[in-house]
Design a protein around this ligand. Structure first.
Ligand code: SF4
Ligand code: MSK
Length: 637
């Protein structure tokens, strides 16, 4: 394994594949990053603006060039506007996903869609009860119809009332703090500043409007609207996605899966599902495992059909169906290079356009399915949930048809896999705890567990793949800090064996004892990136149990290898929910001193949550422990 590949990834399977990429001269996201060097410093600092055609304008942070854009915008205005747009895009991506799930539930409830069904009636009743929707004496479709309507209404309603999901799920103390902040900002600045989201779509459109040429130039106001929009994601769109999907496909339960490229099977037709929305992939799994398709695969000389997940569609399937996961985002090209993938089927988000070209070097069919993520060079099979079975069958058949074209000489599947115990929905965590958060509160109060860190987010090719995820996670559990999380971090942790029960040996004595008693690992997989809502709900349950605000809890958030605008939204709704949140790499804000000050210091005062930037895993873990100890001291525990 070459030193160059080792510097690129901490995952031995990836290192083997990167050596292969170099040998075969396949372009990768790593090689393209090298070609992009040096990257634009203005972009990295957030001080370039191309909002209007008098620009693009750039502000030199050293003050050696212009200090204002052509229109007079300062560096802080430009940075804040850019950040707000990132939050709007990230929130919109999650929330549009939530909308699809709510519309699907509505279609199922009204009988318009017969391809899907309500799988988890217990969850349906729990969500309905939370929303004050009557359940007594009513049929499940009737209840589901009202739940779906309540969710759909959160997207497009036009009054100023905060959205229903936030009102019913956010702990009262947090809600009140945000309401009070709205009032105090009006009093101190004289400006109307909203924090509680009125409508999911509306808050994103508000940002698009206020960042249009000649509108909001005030960094504080732009940041507060970014918080409001992000809260409409965390306590709205993302939460709706999680809840609707649990009702439709089942709430995740604890199970053991395998993770890494070794889940691919040299003897079978391999189909990788990649993206974020589980509606299609659930069907692909169902069809692929059917006798009909297994037989069709045998007819072309394979031993059957094998499904593997990638990124967050993979997380959804792993959590609910126990499907093995081939890897996180940086594995997507590497998986195709194994030469053993008959089809990579994608829906939306985090899909490299490069996958089309790369697939053409192999027999792999790269299949796009969403009108929101079409990619030149891909085979497009349009998904439509009313005809889900038919479409999934066509996709699986396309993969089977590709199998005879596989070039055995090109097949190389790294052997590595790790086992991971996954499926920690809030419901499962409560079940493991005996029905309430009280035992968790007790072990936090007695110091067996010092606190909890929620880690989210991506891989970023600028960071050695998975290294920060692994090192930070290990440093935290060693300090008796329970680690929970989602997204590509969770896949990285699973691949590294940190979600295996054996990882308890890496934990401090207190955490180890608790995990042994509960029969769980010290690192808990809570789902896809959209499921960060599950972490909010767990935090909310702890806060309500203790009668405190979320910002009082010994709880820290982190996105150590983040990359997407969705991660900006997640980080911002963590902060808006009262959680101190770590970021690495640094977000493009450092060119705006006032913006940086508000996000890293001012926000603490205003919201209770704030961002901090830290490069090294050990230093980050230490800082997190300090924050946790500070919160514990304030709580008197
Ligand atoms: Fe330049 Fe102002 Fe136009 Fe931005 S909005 S490109 S700073 S003139
Ligand atoms: S897939 S948003 S790279 S977590 Fe959710 Fe991974 Fe980040 Fe995409």
């Amino acid at each position: 394994m070459s030193e160059r590949s080792r510097r690129r990834s901490a995952d031995p399977a990836a290192v083997e594949m990167l050596d292969l990429a170099d040998r075969e001269q396949h372009e990768t996201v790593w090689s393209r990053l090298e070609q992009q060097q040096p990257q634009c410093g203005y972009g990295q600092l957030g001080t370039c603006c191309r909002i209007c055609t008098m620009g693009p304008c750039r502000i030199d942070p050293l003050g050696e060039g212009p200090t204002h854009g052509v229109c007079g915008a300062t560096a802080d205005t430009i940075v804040a506007r850019n950040l707000a747009r990132m939050a709007a895009v990230g929130s919109s991506s999650h929330s549009d996903h939530g909308r699809s799930a709510a519309l699907l539930l509505k279609a199922v409830a009204t009988g318009r869609n017969t391809a899907y069904r309500i799988t988890d009636v217990e969850k349906l009743q729990a969500v309905a009860t939370r929303l004050d929707i009557a359940i007594e004496g009513r049929s499940f479709p009737e209840i589901a119809n009202d739940v779906a309507d309540a969710a759909i209404n959160c997207f497009g309603k036009q009054d100023d009332e905060p959205i229903l999901f936030l009102r019913k799920y956010m702990p009262q103390k947090r809600y009140d703090r945000l309401k009070e902040l709205e009032t105090s900002l009006l009093e101190t600045t004289g400006k109307k500043t909203g924090l509680l989201p009125r409508g999911i779509d509306r808050e994103a459109v508000d940002i698009l409007h206020r960042t249009h040429f000649g509108c909001d130039a005030d960094p504080l106001s732009l940041i507060m609207q970014s918080v409001r929009c992000s809260l409409s994601d965390g306590w709205g769109g993302s939460l709706i996605a999680t809840e609707m999907q649990d009702i439709l496909f089942g709430t995740p339960t604890i199970k053991t899966v395998r993770a890494n490229l070794g889940v691919l099977d040299a003897e079978r037709v391999n189909i990788i599902v990649h993206g974020h929305e589980p509606s299609l992939s659930e069907k692909v799994v169902e069809l692929a495992l059917s006798d009909e398709m297994q037989q069709a695969a045998r007819a072309v000389g394979a031993e059957g059909v094998n499904i593997a997940g990638l990124c967050c569609t993979g997380n959804e399937l792993l959590m609910r169906q126990g499907v093995g996961i081939a890897g996180n985002e940086l594995h997507s090209e590497l998986a195709i290079m194994t030469g053993a993938v008959e089809a990579m089927v994608v829906d939306v988000q985090c899909i490299y356009p490069s996958l089309a070209d790369l697939s053409s070097c192999f027999h792999t069919r790269f299949i796009t399915t969403s009108e929101q993520a079409t990619i030149p060079g891909a085979l497009h099979i349009q998904f439509d949930d009313e005809h889900a079975d038919e479409i999934a069958r066509k996709i699986v058949q396309t993969a089977i048809d590709a199998f005879p074209k596989r070039d055995q000489g090109k097949v190389f599947i790294p052997k590595q896999t790790a086992t991971a115990m996954v499926g920690f929905s809030v419901e499962e965590i409560l079940k493991a705890l005996g029905g309430s958060v009280a035992p968790l509160v007790e072990v936090i109060a007695n110091g067996s567990i010092k606190g909890v860190v929620g880690i989210v987010g991506c891989n970023n090719v600028k960071v050695q793949q998975d290294l920060y995820h692994q090192e930070l996670t290990k440093a935290l559990i060693e300090r008796d800090i329970l680690v929970i999380g989602t997204g590509c971090w969770a896949i990285g942790a699973a691949k590294a064996g940190l979600m295996d029960l054996s990882a308890r040996s890496l934990a401090g004595e207190g955490l180890k004892a608790v995990c042994q008693k509960l029969g769980i690992p010290p690192v808990l997989h809570m789902g896809a990136c959209v499921d960060c809502s599950r972490m909010l709900l767990l935090a909310g349950a702890l806060a309500e149990h203790l009668g405190v605000d979320i910002s009082d809890l010994p709880l820290v958030g982190s996105a150590p290898e983040w990359m997407t605008e969705k991660a900006v939204a997640i980080g911002t709704y963590f902060v808006g929910s009262g959680v101190a949140t770590h970021l690495w790499p640094a977000p493009p804000i450092l060119g705006g001193p006032e913006v940086t000050e508000i996000l890293t210091a001012g926000a603490k005062e205003l919201l209770g949550g704030y961002f901090f930037i830290e490069e090294g895993p050990e230093a980050t873990a230490q800082r997190m422990e300090n924050i946790i100890l500070e919160k514990r001291a304030a709580l008197g525990i």
